[in-house]
Ligand binder design. Structure first.
Ligand code: FAD
Ligand code: MLT
Ligand code: ZN
Length: 466
């Protein structure tokens, strides 16, 4: 049992035929209509290699008009579709469930404009996050979001999942930084919400419905996003704490004392560190003298090199004197900083290398967060390892259960327990990864029935199966 959700193909959907393929070739050109088996195998399989569809066709539109024509046609033929960005999603939403036509956004990768006064970037949805980061770097700006999947994920995928990541603690969620969107509805209608204004209270702000809607309302084709200026001084500390309470206290203190310059507060436990050291080539513990129970990364970003460093060092010194941290090191240069980040960002990859992984992405009040991890270790006993890391600064725990292979007895020890526990503690069963196929029918753990029933009223067409 890798994917526990069992659903049936909707019988009202039709099946792709050769006339459909001819239509798409005529519309997009032969090159953008992909039937190659190897390409399809990759596009049918998710990043974790846990969810697998059986699509026979992948389309690569180059313009909004082409997206519109594709959707209009599929809607009229009742052909199911799945929008796909970089296919780095972790909940089985980016690949077909059955034979949906894959609409891959990778060819819509143009940067349209950057306003160097306001920092507002307008680009197509298929731009890869890392390319946007590099482009902005050359112009003195940064993206307000950063995540381990930056080399492959696309801004349209980020917006559609409302991705959080490593900088949310400083720059907030995409609901704050995305200023506008262009999207195409399932019937082909193009909705132009591509505003570039910080303030616009003329009626409903519909773009917010698309942020985090995971392709269920339409395909995002263009994005306008507010990008902060690149500041000259970035510092990164890699710290050790001996108990979870110290991590929590350190967070409270960091918010209070570093305030304006704090730009990331991440944590991993010793099981995560152990996994990274064993499975990631070249990974080295920045604090090698002994193994600690918890590791915390604190990043500061500011505009005054000596002031920022002094502030951070004073904070670290008093935290050490107060017993909150037991060891720590400040990155001396950019290479060392990226090797520290590699430890934290490398946990998902290390988990993949270790075997099968059951992923839970939870928002839980920080005081309670690690209680669940401790309880899960007791529940799992020797049958699987419990690995915990995440965006502590945002109250977001990544709880991962790692085992040599997928096994229904393991799953039965985890679910529904994890979801019930989270719900009882008023948390969210999806902090940042979305629902996808994995959690589509788990939504009730985090949302009331009235809330769930409200949205379908607004939907024009349900193109997805879930
Ligand atoms: P995909 O995976 O291709 O798609 C994701 C969903 O969005 C699917 O439902 C798809 O149908 C839909 N979609 C994609 N593009 C569009 C579009 N243009 N219009 C409409 N719908 C679309 N997530 C976080 O939030 N924070 C993290 O820190 C984080 N770190 C990660 C680290 C690693 C190593 C990996 C593998 C993943 C990580 N993720 C993280 C999850 C994932 O990368 C993000 O959710 C990312 O935003 C997905 O972007 P994508 O382009 O790969 O989208
Ligand atoms: C992360 O923060 O590393 C990502 O969300 C990926 C994951 O949860 O494994
Ligand atoms: Zn994350």
């Amino acid at each position: 049992g890798s994917a526990a959700t069992v659903i049936e193909r909707n019988t009202s959907f039709s099946t792709l035929n050769s006339d459909d393929v001819s239509y798409f070739k005529e519309l997009l050109g032969e090159k953008s209509v992909v039937e190659d088996e190897d390409v399809l195998l990759t596009a049918n399989t998710d990043w974790m290699r846990k969810y697998k569809g059986s699509s026979k066709l992948l389309l690569q539109p180059k313009t909004t008009h082409e997206v519109s024509q594709i959707l209009k046609y599929c809607n009229s033929r009742c052909l199911p579709v799945v929008p796909q960005g970089g296919n780095t999603g972790l909940v089985g939403g980016s690949v077909p469930v059955f034979d949906e036509v894959i609409i891959n956004m990778g060819s819509m990768n143009n940067i349209i404009s950057l306003d160097k006064v306001s920092g507002i970037l307008v680009c197509e949805a298929g731009c890869i996050l890392e390319n946007l980061i590099s482009f902005l770097d050359n112009h003195g700006f940064i993206m307000p979001l950063d995540l381990g999947a930056k080399g492959s994920c696309q801004i349209g995928g980020n917006v559609s999942t409302n991705a959080g990541g490593l900088r949310l603690v400083r720059y907030g969620s995409l609901h704050g930084t995305v200023l506008g969107l262009e999207a195409v509805l399932a019937n082909g209608d193009v909705i132009d919400m591509l505003g570039t204004l910080r303030k616009d209270n003329t009626g409903y702000d519909l773009k917010h419905l698309f942020i985090g809607s995971e392709g269920s309302l339409g395909i995002v084709t263009k994005v306008s996003i507010l990008t902060p200026p690149k500041l000259s001084s970035v510092n990164l500390a890699f710290l050790a704490c001996e108990d979870y309470f110290s991590c929590q206290k350190l967070l409270v203190e960091a918010k209070r004392r570093l305030g304006d310059i704090l730009s990331a507060f991440e944590f991993l436990d010793n099981q995560s560190m152990d996994l990274v050291l064993n499975h990631l080539e070249g990974a080295r513990n920045p604090l090698p003298s002994s193994m600690h129970n918890f590791y915390v990364l604190i990043e500061t970003t500011g505009s005054d090199e000596s002031y920022d460093k002094e502030k951070l060092e004073a904070f670290l010194l008093s935290s050490m004197e107060g017993g909150l941290i037991s060891d720590g090191v400040l990155a001396q240069d950019i290479n060392q900083a990226s090797s520290f980040w590699r430890i934290r960002e490398g946990v998902p990859e290390a988990l993949m290398k270790a075997g099968a992984v059951y992923k839970y992405d939870l928002s839980i009040p920080v005081e309670k967060m690690y209680d669940l991890v401790v309880e899960m270790r007791i529940r799992m006993g020797q049958i699987a390892r419990v690995i915990a890391y995440g965006h502590l600064g945002d109250g977001n725990l990544h709880l991962n259960i790692s085992a040599p292979q997928y096994d229904d007895t393991i799953l039965a020890q985890i679910e529904p327990y994890v979801y019930e526990w989270t719900s009882e503690h008023k948390g969210s069963i999806s902090a940042e990864h979305g629902l996808g196929l994995m959690k589509a029918n788990k939504i009730f753990y985090s949302k009331s029935p009235e809330t769930v029933q409200f949205l379908p009223l607004l939907r024009t067409c349900r193109a997805r199966e879930h």
